[in-house]
Design a protein around this ligand. Sequence first.
Ligand code: FDP
Length: 330
Amino acid sequence: MAPISLSEHLATQQATQGPHAPGVATIVGRLSRVAAVIARELAHAALRDRLGYVGGINVSGDEVKKLDIWGHEVVEAALRATGACAAFVSEEAKEPIEMATEGANPLVVCCDPVDGSSNLDVNGSVGTIFGIRAADGKTPAASAALGPGTRQLAAGYVMYGPATTLVYTVGHGTHGFTLDQPSGEFRLTYPDIRIPRRGKIYGINEGNAHTWHPGQRAFVEHLKTPDKASGRPYSLRYSGAMVGDVHRTLLDGGLFMYPADWSDPQKPKAKLRLLYEVAPMGMVVEQAGGRASTGLERVLDVVATEYHQRASVILGSPDDVAMADEFYRR
Ligand code: FDP
């Protein structure tokens, strides 16, 4: 018998949630359909002259690729069609996009439609990341996206790799699904993911080591120092796309880290975006029994005051992340 489908799974999860459950199920279901379209487009992008840059820089200062814009447009259209999304905060739009809704309990969706886009032109893995919050009757609706990540009702990502995998949580465990291409249906292949307590792998852009907080540098040195008894040295794996690196960490354990640049200790500068990268991944990892920290505090406690705010992140196996926090405290 085929494993249960995402829509069946979403229905089983609804029983445990409040009044926002139908909206969350509608939005996650719709995002899964868009993901199947994005997966198909990525597979044929080189044949359709869809690779490369459009020319221009987005709000985060990244050069914009054709697939970034296309991804933003298909996600926007899909969210609009749900009637459940009151605002869309996208990496590719400076201002949030407000939308008309039908029915009660509208939601706000924060999403990076194509994350890791430097991997696009080299046929590496990329992903879509999303976090969902209650609109709470706020005006503009998007302002409900601000505040701590603990307010997220649901979060997840899609990884476009050899297989297309969707992982999501509504606060009752983290569950993974694989796209069955012919039917376009996602099926449950990784039920109730539990991240190992400790891992053997760390993922980080080590070329930036000269900019790190002293605690971060000392921690990575520690991971690389051989000690048979505690399983060191750890191995380094880094794909350059957050979704692929977080997915490996979720299944195999260990760490994914993107620490801030502390060259000016008065003004540490993080790279990854809080609302549609760091906070959703923080929820996914915590729901799998892992930990997500900035080195100084729990990721889900970081209060967003701006839509495109950045935050550093150290996430993964709980014992490994706790060890990183200890190095920051020393
Ligand atoms: P990209 O710049 O390719 O979009 O959010 C951005 C992100 O990718 C993450 O997916 C990835 O983890 C990180 O940046 C990679 O940054 P570096 O190239 O600086 O390592």
